[in-house]
Design a protein around this ligand. Sequence first.
Ligand code: ACM
Ligand code: ZN
Length: 547
Amino acid sequence: MKKLLSIVALLVLCGCTCGALKVGVANFENIIPQPKTIVCEVDGEDYVLTRSSHVVYGEGVSERDAEFLVEYVALSTGIKLSAPKSGVVGDIQLVIDPAISNPEGYCLTVCSDGVKIAGGSSDGLFYGIQALRKALPVGKFRSIQLPAVRVEDWPQFGYRGMHLDVSRHFDGVDFVKKYLDMLALHNMNTFHWHLSDDQGWRIEIKKYPLLTEIGSVRSQTVIGRNSGEWDGIPYGEGCFFTQEQIKEIVAYAAERHINIIPEIDMPGHMVAALAAYPELGCTGGPYDVWTIWGISKDVLCVGNDKTIQFAKDVLEEVVALFPYEYVHIGGDECPKVKWHECPKCQARIDALGLRKTKAKSPEEALQGWFMREMADFLAEKGKSVIGWDEILDGDNLGENMLVMSWRGESGGIKAAKKRVRSIMTPNKPLYFDYYQTRNSAQEPLGIGGCNPIDVVYAYNPVANVPEEYREYIIGVQANVWREYIKTSDHLEHMALPRAAALCEVQWAAPEQKDYDLFLARLQPLLKLYDRLGYNYAPYVLEEMKAE
Ligand code: ACM
Ligand code: ZN
């Protein structure tokens, strides 16, 4: 009797809950990034999505993409669709349509029979799925009314990235996966993974085990902005990615249509490696994993053949882990003082005849030679390389080298004028470690600078590039350096909601951008951030209202 009563109570409770569930309404005007065309079919009839709607996927569509849609619908609305099936007859059809010329483009239609998402390739289909996801209301619903609509969309730039520094502060596999999910939500297709720097080496290299045994741990960390006081706490024990973990992350990214560009920053920013293998530096050390921020004068000794072999060995293991065509080999902020004084480096300059080149100094030419040596080595393995814009200074770019313009846009423009492809990631406004409001006192301690969301939104990466060279600007990226970003919560706070503004820069047509409309469209996305457990910085929008 007692059991019967509790079943009845349960049913009543369930009935009440179900009865209380509302009908949600999707809004395709909410999608960020802004689609190229949204045509409301005024005479068309809406489709009502319920738990009995069936997702079917056609030829060439991965089951995983279809599962993503089911997961997203459940997460946003609470409606649990059944497992997707392959086929063409169903309420929500996912297909590849070769008639869509941009492989990342999609066409999403809703009519009374259901929803059809067609992609130019599986990538485009994925962005169509993201679009549907972002049109859905967030809450708990019995059903969702989808207005009859036709959305056609494709990206402005083929390269849409975000970078993450895992050297200065580190969060493991789970956070990197969360970051990749964040990128996917914002239609980004590239993750630039900064895996090594002066303050910590974070990728397992089997041939050089001391890189992670010694190079991942710093004895302590300077407090604040190089205050002259240290915290006395060792940092980084066990903080690196094993090769198995990297394979897992690469596969996770691939499922989300994201390519990963690993960066091994060389020949500067190498103090952690020098601490592990001091013979690779000009003086032979000893060196300690760096405990302060800034630019170290200690760099790889590129006059030493052993160092060249080391760099190639490391890259060899790296390329075996990362299937994408591009590898980032750094090249930024490499002081030349030690090379100037080093007999080996000077002998290399002489042997290569680098005293009289177009580079600013023989040492700049030496770096140009080194970067080219690495690029040629990687070219043999079918890889192209990306370097920070300093790689232009050595005046020795090979065909497979791309420039990442970070000291403003000048490097990107210079590269484009040489018909060298480049990616715009100017520190202003695309360094997301900079403060995000004009009143930085309200923000956690940061590196400085100020890149508010409205300035990020207004950025047009080709506005200053002469028309005939614009095709060489292949994309846009924001960078998140972590000297002052100790926790993943803080990192999300720095990245969001600026990533939403960035994705409009990367994807939307510049002439369609409208900041006020963007702010309105951001509100539903913030609800989704809440649902996903993302720690965004809401006050950045308050500041905008105040102005
Ligand atoms: C850089 O910010 N040093 C590329
Ligand atoms: Zn040297």
